[in-house]
Design a protein around this ligand. Structure first.
Ligand code: APR
Length: 178
């Protein structure tokens, strides 16, 4: 394993993730990989039709049963400035408080896939904190803790993207307390 001389930096950016010229953009997908709302829709629209074709092919080959919660898979990024999209499926909040490990797996496995493809930089939306109903403060703590604990081989820059004030404040609070 190549010793990553420097630990990956973790930073917060307030922006539209589709505009970032990073190596890998993470998509908060659903198991069908067929696109949807929220950041999933934004990424599919910004990437263009090639992304839909790649996702459909993945469903017909490697992921006939769909992408499992916590799993991650890479495709190209189509017309976006990024090189790859890494699709991951977050848990749907069920109020139990027992899903943080599944959510953490989204970050861990996406970073592992980024290492596999050779991505040096990766940007995450607040996975599960939208349609999937995860409380933004809890989702942000999982994101920050997991990314700070990561020891990737290749990835040296991790960006946590806030799309609105609530997310930005929650991510900043999580960074301050971790
Ligand atoms: N850039 C960055 N972040 C964004 C963007 C964007 N362009 N659009 C939305 N977000 C943020 C939301 O504000 C939220 O904080 O992404 C976070 C995740 O929200 P969702 O996209 O709703 O994702 P999630 O809660 O994981 O639900 C996934 O929703 O869109 C469907 O197909 C998707 O079924 C899946 C489910």
């Amino acid at each position: 394993m190549r010793e990553n001389a420097l630990m990956a930096t973790v930073e917060i950016l307030r922006t539209d993730i589709t505009t970032l010229a990073v190596d890998a953009v993470v998509n908060a997908a659903n198991s069908s990989l067929a696109g949807g709302g929220g950041v999933d829709r934004a990424i599919h629209r910004a990437a263009g039709p090639t992304l839909d074709v790649e996702c459909r092919t993945l469903r017909q080959t490697r992921y006939r049963a769909g992408l499992a919660t916590g799993a991650a898979v890479a495709t190209s990024a189509g017309r976006m400035p990024a090189k790859w999209v890494i699709h991951t499926v977050g848990p749907i909040w069920d109020g139990s408080g027992h899903q943080d490990g599944l959510l953490a797996n989204c970050y861990r496995h996406s970073i592992a896939v980024a290492d596999e493809v050779g991505a040096y930089s990766i940007a995450f939306p607040c996975i599960s904190a939208g349609v999937y109903g995860y409380p933004i403060d809890r989702a942000s703590r999982v994101a920050v803790t997991t990314c700070r604990q990561a020891r990737p081989d290749i990835v040296n820059r991790i960006i946590l993207v806030a799309y609105d004030d609530r997310a930005e404040k929650a991510l900043q609070a999580a960074m301050a307390e971790s």
